[in-house]
Design a protein around this ligand. Structure first.
Ligand code: ADP
Length: 365
């Protein structure tokens, strides 16, 4: 008695993607089954190259196929799982979407400045690209753009093709920032309509090409730009960055409420500057590690991970070399990867759940 392709599919129907909560066949993730005697290869298409569940899925697939073999009296086969990944677009994308080639727009916001919102946005973009996703970064912090420094763009010439801005191709991502279009030394004072116009131009008049994720670094607080973004583009969701101390949590709560009021799903909360790692490796709990996690839990939001205060991260930001965050001998790389994977998971979960409709603004006062 040998296992047939049908047996394998039956077995895979019992394997759930742990994040997405449905079985691999229903999710249309089984792309290939090859049987060669007692050797079976299963091709699984993940919903993101940053999937954190690869090893769990591989083990579950093997176990299910072994169980099926035992059930029908076949020899125990060797099982190999081959992964590919395709980010699925939001079902709610509609004909009026002005960026049809961008599968997910993700806003990164914070209740106030200085909590590391831009740092998280930059490292989220670069980190997702390291996993193999096609990523863009829109520096929408038009009042204080950080990406010229953080991505090392200051010496690079900007380019325009026809009416369109050509994004900078750096560190594996495509990036655009107002900081390269205006004098960086000048204070950027925008009145409401000007802020709206500047942001709209950056978002819509950039040659993004095909992107899996467009990360938007928003200005801190609850001003005009998030409103413009929510009106302009179908957002998959927002990530809120928060430091652990109580006063920061209160601001972050306001940011969460703002997104919710704009009809934008909050994908979760990142705790930045969670604690401090000194050069000798000792850790210091400066701001009350875990505060943002508690806040996330009390607001019924996913917690997307924590990054400690890390001298390397600050240095690499100042030097415009974000990829170095992954090459140092530290836990920084795994902390950042963890956040990227959790964000990617939440995006997939939201997409599969199909619960994300284009935000409809209902602002009453
Ligand atoms: P925001 O966008 O919220 O204003 P930034 O991302 O610009 O904050 O960060 C403010 C400063 O703090 C920058 O100099 C940045 O390099 C530094 N910083 C942010 N997060 C960390 C961290 N986890 N460890 C060390 N320095 C950090």
């Amino acid at each position: 008695m040998n296992l047939t392709s049908r047996d394998i599919h039956d077995a895979l129907r019992t394997v759930k993607d742990p994040d997405l909560g449905k079985d691999l066949v229903t999710l249309n993730m089984v792309k290939d089954v090859r049987i060669d005697g007692a050797s079976i290869v299963v091709g699984i298409e993940l919903t993101t190259p940053a999937c954190p569940m690869k090893e769990t899925i591989r083990k579950d697939v093997e176990q299910a196929i072994h169980a099926k073999a035992a059930e029908i009296g076949a020899a125990t086969p060797t099982v190999t799982v081959e992964y590919t990944a395709r980010v699925r677009a939001n079902a709610s994308k509609n004909a009026s979407n002005p960026l049809p080639n961008v599968k997910h727009v993700i806003a990164v916001g914070a209740g106030k400045g200085g909590v590391g919102k831009s740092s998280i946005a930059v490292n989220l973009a670069v980190g997702l690209a390291r996993f193999g996703a096609r990523v863009g970064l829109l520096d929408g912090d038009i009042y204080g753009p950080s990406t010229p420094t953080m991505l090392g763009l200051t010496e690079l010439p900007g380019a325009i093709r026809g009416e369109m801005l050509v994004p900078f191709e750096v560190h594996g991502i495509r990036a655009i920032t107002i900081g390269k279009l205006v004098d960086p030394e000048k204070a950027l004072i925008w009145r409401g309509p000007m802020a709206h116009g500047a942001f709209k131009q950056l978002a819509l008049q950039t040659e993004w090409g095909e992107l899996d994720y467009l990360i938007v670094d928003l200005p801190p607080g609850t001003g005009d730009v998030p409103l413009t973004l929510a009106q302009l583009l179908p957002l998959t969701g927002a990530v809120v960055v928060c430091t652990p101390q109580r006063v920061a949590q209160d601001d972050a709560r306001r940011a969460v409420r703002m997104f919710q009021q704009l009809g934008v799903a909050v994908l979760g909360v990142v705790e930045n500057m969670s604690y401090f790692i000194a050069d000798d490796g000792k850790t210091y709990d400066i701001f009350g590690r875990g505060g943002a996690e508690i806040m996330a839990r009390t607001m019924d939001l996913p917690f997307l991970g924590a990054v400690p205060i890390h001298m390397e991260l600050r240095r690499n930001s100042d030097e415009g070399t974000p990829l170095k965050n992954w090459s140092g001998n530290s836990t920084l790389a795994s902390d950042l990867d963890n956040i990227c994977q959790r964000v990617a998971s939440q995006i997939s979960i939201s997409t599969i759940a199909g619960g994300l409709l284009q935000p409809t603004l209902s602002i009453t006062d």
